[in-house]
Ligand binder design. Structure first.
Ligand code: PEP
Ligand code: MN
Length: 262
């Protein structure tokens, strides 16, 4: 179902009236994790003012260490919905377990994180919903495996899948992951699904986010996912790669010189 051969036109995914794919370029921005009401509302207003089209924020966090902040869970989703009410921005947030699906009723885009890209039971369950799904490429997964995971969702009846490149594991340790920009043209060739690039998790360094956001935009991505925090040094998760609202505003100006954000 994801194959371009049987579906030559680009898929355009509708997210609460905003579109992504087929010429519509989306920018999904916000903190790694929802931390407090003040934090998420402040960041939501700031990214909206800079031209972001969707708000991201993790409530259920897949952390490497069980001793790290695990997210505010249901309370985090509540705060995200509040930020949505305040700003009108559609929200994107990660699901870790199909048993939580009821909590995601008012979420606009459900994210499947890199670590769950091959959680096939979760993918099948998401295939039974009609929600747009942002499917992130696994840390060490091939393009074909990413497409097969999309197929798990689509074969269940949900064809609203957005693919996301967020960097892969290589021998390089300077960057958190290695951003594989070549997936953009490769995926556009193989599939009609929109392709989003996440330069934040791909690089792990805030100063690398802007140049890689620009490169992905110029390289034909259908959107970007960028982590923005109102106080990155104090962030409970991924502060080192988070842009301040001011840095995000600068990045948006440069992205808009390459492509219109709608
Ligand atoms: C995230 O988007 O916050 C996240 C955990 O991303 P990934 O699954 O790509 O590591
Ligand atoms: Mn993160």
């Amino acid at each position: 179902k994801a194959n371009r051969k049987f579906h030559p036109e680009d898929s355009v995914i509708d997210v609460g009236g905003r579109k992504i794919g087929g010429g519509s370029f989306a920018v999904i921005a916000g903190p790694c994790s929802v931390e407090t009401e003040e934090q998420i509302i402040e960041v939501a207003k700031a990214v909206k003012a800079s031209g972001a089209t969707m708000l991201r924020g993790g409530a259920f966090k897949p952390r490497t260490s069980p001793y790290d902040f695990q997210g505010l869970k249901a309370e985090g989703l509540k705060l995200l919905l509040e930020a949505k009410r305040e700003t009108g921005l559609p929200i994107v947030t990660e699901i870790m377990n199909q048993d939580h699906l009821d909590l995601f009723e008012d979420v606009d885009v459900i994210q499947v994180g890199a670590r769950n890209m091959q959680n096939f039971e979760l993918l099948k369950e998401l295939g039974r919903t009609d929600k747009p799904i942002l499917l992130k490429r696994g840390l060490a997964n091939t393009i074909k495996e990413l497409l097969m995971s999309a197929e798990y969702i689509m074969s269940g009846g949900n064809e609203n899948v957005i693919l996301c490149e967020r960097g892969i594991r290589t021998f390089e340790t300077y960057t958190r992951n290695t951003l594989d920009l070549s997936v953009i043209p490769v995926l556009h060739n193989l599939t009609h699904l929109p392709v989003v690039v996440d330069p934040s998790h791909a690089t792990g360094h805030s100063d690398l986010v802007e140049p890689m956001a620009m490169a992905a935009t110029a390289g034909g991505a259908d959107g970007l996912m960028i982590e923005v925090h109102n106080n990155p040094p104090m962030a409970l998760c991924d502060g080192a790669q988070s842009l301040t609202p001011l840095q995000f505003d600068e990045t948006m100006k440069k992205v808009r010189r390459i492509r219109e954000v709608v």
